[in-house]
Design a binder for this molecule. Structure first.
Ligand code: ADP
Length: 320
């Protein structure tokens, strides 16, 4: 039997005329990491705000259950089961890390002694013991995120929402955060995170949903999503605009990037395909400055699903 930490059906949210979430379904199994992946403005934060009872879904929205509780009918029970850290952090910069933690312990009505113990343990766990007596405003970005998460964990939530947990962090702090997320799940928590980074979803998530235009454009494991785009693509770069235009005319299947003067030919990037591309370039009398062959990764999936008008939403036939 599968236990769902989060189950949303036909989730809708509009602001005035603007439909942000156009009936999305989400199912997150307990004890797993689920990534909601999408570009800026895709509606990720809106989804997290609704799932965490900070915003109401539209009246005609379907049912949304978090921790088995209906967000509309029983928001208190949902709040007791969850923790949220977001782009608008709860950290108060004027007081110390430790004081922030103790404030959280008070909010959760922990007895004084237990509050101190929990605060000390979490500060230690997130490598903040040394900084605990300093004002949080002096912390680095990574330290603030860790403190924010530590504060969230004071209430021992079973379901944790992380809204863009590593946006703006340096690579090292990002890796630390990834490790923390893995440990949370090892300890039995369920994590729903939003991210703009494919690499992050690939690293952490058991399942990934790609949010685009208010809908889930694709959902599955990283491997399943990669299979949506068979074989990657060939990319050709040019420095001469005339050569670029001739090549684009010779390769009508290619997606164009007119600014970068580059062409991207979807397909399996195999030997036959490569030869076909080169033959066409030869026939057109143009030479590419650079030719690279890409095997598929999540970037390809993302590009294919959310790309602009020149990009096919369905994998193209191999070029002949
Ligand atoms: P993401 O987190 O993926 O960047 P958001 O959920 O923040 O996306 O925003 C999705 C869209 O909803 C954006 O176009 C944003 O302008 C709009 N939006 C979000 N919150 C509000 C609000 N309170 N009022 C009006 N529009 C909003």
């Amino acid at each position: 039997m599968t236990s769902w930490a989060i189950a949303a059906h036909g989730l809708r949210k509009s602001y005035g005329e603007h439909t942000v979430l156009d009936g999305i379904d989400l199912a997150v199994e307990e004890g797993t990491v689920f990534a909601l992946l999408g570009p800026n403005g895709a509606g990720k934060t809106t989804a997290v705000r609704i799932l965490s009872t900070l915003a109401a879904p539209d009246p005609d929205s379907g049912r949304v259950l978090v921790g088995g509780h209906d967000v509309a009918a029983d928001p208190q029970a949902v709040r007791a089961a969850i923790g949220v850290t977001g782009q608008f952090s709860a950290v108060d910069g004027l007081i110390t890390g430790e004081e922030n933690m103790l404030l959280m312990a008070d909010l959760h009505h922990l007895p004084k002694r237990e509050g101190r113990r929990t605060a000390a343990e979490l500060l230690e766990r997130f490598d903040l013991t040394e900084a605990a007596a300093k004002p949080a405003s002096t912390y680095s970005g990574g330290m603030k995120r860790r403190l924010d998460l530590a504060m969230t964990l004071v209430g021992a939530p079973r379901i944790i929402f992380l809204d863009e947990p590593t946006t703006g962090l340096d690579p090292r702090s990002r890796r630390t955060m990834w490790q923390i997320v893995r440990e949370l799940v090892t300890d039995g928590a369920t994590v729903l995170l939003t991210t703009q980074y494919l690499e992050e979803a690939d690293e952490l998530a058991d399942r990934i949903a790609v949010l685009h235009d208010g809908r889930i454009a694709a959902e599955g494991t990283a491997e399943e999503l990669k299979r949506l785009v068979p074989g990657g693509h060939v990319r050709l770069r040019f420095t001469d605009p005339d050569a670029y235009r001739s090549a684009a005319a010779a390769l009508p299947d290619a997606a164009r990037d007119d600014e970068a003067l580059s062409l991207r030919i979807p397909g399996d990037a195999g030997q036959r395909e490569l030869r076909a591309v080169l033959d066409r370039l030869d026939a057109a009398g143009v030479e590419a400055e650079q030719l690279t062959v890409h095997t598929p990764d999540l970037d390809d999936v993302f590009f294919a699903l959310t790309g602009g008008a020149d990009v096919p939403t369905q994998p193209k036939e191999n070029v002949r």
